[in-house]
Write a protein that binds this ligand. Structure first.
Ligand SMILES: [Zn+2]
Length: 274
């Protein structure tokens, strides 16, 4: 029996799960990475302090007529999940129910990453991305769960800024085991400047966060705790419960101190008008 999720056909539910957490957030270029590292360093030298911040979320739900009608209960729970996951960063996410936007457009609903549909949709639907987190949902193409833009790309292309999520990945959606809201957390963390923990594999400086253990590639499912798995240093354990890995939602539980610091640095540098 085939298993369908938003019109993409999988052989079975297992096949969907095995296909993995599809995140299409772009891989940063080496020159971007170097530039950001330099900018963070000089910004830290200016000794700006991060205190706390409320982030206003604008939910924008693209529908195809039938599908995509994300509910109030799902939005509220997604906000709860974000607040819980990012409380160490001292962020508070909030939204206004009366400002939620719905847009019925079948071709936008099935948009893929960097497609003309994505640009058309965002050009029409986005709120001021310097001030708000644009949180789009849709059916998406190619079995993807979502993607995000990085903070350092905001100034050059503000229209595209934000996160795009598979609607069924929000809490109470049907994209199990990715339906507890952790795709939202993962993509928002990209939007706030984090890379995947497996960024760069075992080469170089990985994800540019000193206290995440480098590992060769993504981990999937619910890997056993307390083992190295694919850690580059076999005396250490791969970060299998980190939000920036690819494990199941139920396994995602933490960020490191330096990841939280990196988010604060990025807000102070690139998202100053939030
Ligand atoms: Zn990702």
């Amino acid at each position: 029996m085939s298993f369908f999720i938003n019109n993409r056909e999988f052989e079975s539910k297992e096949d969907f799960i095995k296909w993995g957490r599809g995140c299409a957030t772009k891989i940063p270029t080496p020159s971007d990475i170097l530039r950001i590292d330099e900018e963070i360093k000089s910004s830290r030298a200016r000794a700006k302090r991060f205190t706390s911040l409320a982030i206003n979320v604008k939910f924008i739900h693209i529908t195809d007529g039938n599908k995509g009608h994300v509910t109030r209960r799902q939005r509220e729970e997604q906000i709860n999940v974000l607040n819980n996951a990012l409380k160490g960063v001292k962020l508070k996410f909030q939204y206004k129910e009366e400002e939620v936007k719905f847009e019925n457009n079948k071709s936008w609903y099935y948009m893929s990453h960097n497609s003309p549909e994505e640009r058309h949709a965002k050009s029409k639907l986005s709120f001021d991305s310097f001030k708000y987190l644009n949180f789009y949902t849709g059916g998406l193409g190619k079995g993807l769960l979502g993607w995000a833009t990085f903070p350092y790309d905001l100034a050059g292309d503000p229209v595209m800024d934000g996160v795009v999520l598979l609607d069924e990945s929000l809490p109470y959606g049907n994209a199990s085991p990715y339906n507890l809201g952790m795709t939202g957390v993962h993509e928002v963390c990209h939007w706030l400047g984090l890379f995947h923990t497996f960024q760069g594999g075992c080469n170089g400086i990985g994800d540019h966060v000193a206290d995440t253990v480098s590992h060769k590639g993504p981990n999937y499912g619910k890997p056993t705790l307390g083992l190295p798995h694919n850690a580059c240093d076999k005396l250490k354990n791969a970060p299998i419960q980190n939000y920036m890995n690819y494990v199941d939602d139920i396994w995602m539980k933490n960020l490191t101190i330096q990841q939280e610091k990196r988010i604060q640095d990025h807000i102070l540098l690139y998202r100053t008008e939030l």
